[in-house]
Write a protein that binds this ligand. Structure first.
Ligand code: SF4
Length: 271
């Protein structure tokens, strides 16, 4: 782990629903096999390192945030985070994200926190000071074994479902981010059953094949499900009709469970 400094902490974003992103760490020890943020290695001096095995922290994040926070307008959104998870295990000790949230809460800006860590529960007291702060928990891989292999450093999937429940019980507006949906692995029925009554809404996103480290993805999936099923996963992931069916299924399940669905994001997987 290295201590680094940043010139800016609120970076302009083109992601849907986010005007700024706030990445307090570099790298991510959750180490998801399907991670789209691996490209960050190139820009952060980690070319030779293994994604998931390093994390740097922006030691001057609080000072920079204090300088930048006033530029955020009342109707703009800040997303924590886009190319890391701001709840890295080391955050338990450093409390950098917690302190950043306190600054944001003082300005009562609009914040969306997306994480795979139950450490978010530590900060419920700060989150409740905002008038507009939502927390999303990523939970696209509901199968326990698959989750342990594909998201090795993240909070156990069952605990993530429990985290959503605890957030809701504590009055925090929260949502399930069902991402990535991987054919033959993600079980939408099971996810909906687990989040029912514990979320304000749900958002879906399909696997994005393009930014993957294809060798790592292939080898890991083959180890998990075998070469034949892996082939079927790829075929389905590139099939527009497959995703039409999944979107219909998600819509139907949301209706059945009475959960608002705010999006089903698709990627062009060479249809
Ligand atoms: S939690 Fe997000 S940023 Fe971290 S490894 Fe997983 S997909 Fe990448």
């Amino acid at each position: 782990m290295a201590k680094i400094t940043c010139k800016s902490i609120l970076t302009k974003s083109k992601l849907p629903g986010a005007d700024y992103c706030c990445n307090i760490y570099v790298g991510c020890t959750h180490g998801c096999v399907y991670c789209y943020a691996r490209f960050m290695k190139r820009f952060t001096g980690h070319e030779g390192d293994v994604w998931g095995q390093f994390v740097d922290y922006k030691a001057n994040a609080l000072d920079v945030l204090k300088e930048e926070i006033s530029k955020v307008r009342w109707n703009e959104h800040i997303l924590l985070a886009s190319v890391t998870d701001d709840y890295q295990p080391i955050e338990r000790k450093l409390e950098l994200t917690r302190e950043c949230l306190k600054i944001m809460a003082n300005y009562d800006v609009n914040v969306d926190i997306l994480t795979k860590s139950s450490l978010i529960l530590r900060d419920v007291d700060v989150i409740r000071r905002f008038s507009r702060c939502e927390v999303g928990i990523s939970c696209g891989i509901d199968d326990k074994r698959a989750s342990e292999i594909l998201e090795p450093g993240a909070t156990h999937i069952d605990e993530r479902f429990e985290t959503l429940k605890a957030l809701k019980e504590n009055g925090v507006r929260c949502y399930a981010f069902v991402s990535p949906i991987i054919p033959y692995i993600t079980n939408l029925e099971n996810i909906m059953r687990n989040i029912s009554g514990n979320v304000d809404y749900v958002m879906f996103e399909i696997i994005n094949l393009k930014p993957l480290d294809t060798g790592l993805f292939r080898n890991t999936l083959i180890k998990l499900v075998g070469a034949e099923i892996y082939g079927e996963i790829l075929t389905a992931a590139k099939n527009k009709h497959y995703w039409d069916t999944m979107q219909e299924k998600a819509t139907k399940l949301c209706r059945e469970y009475g959960i608002e669905m705010t999006g089903f994001f698709r990627h062009d997987n060479e249809y």
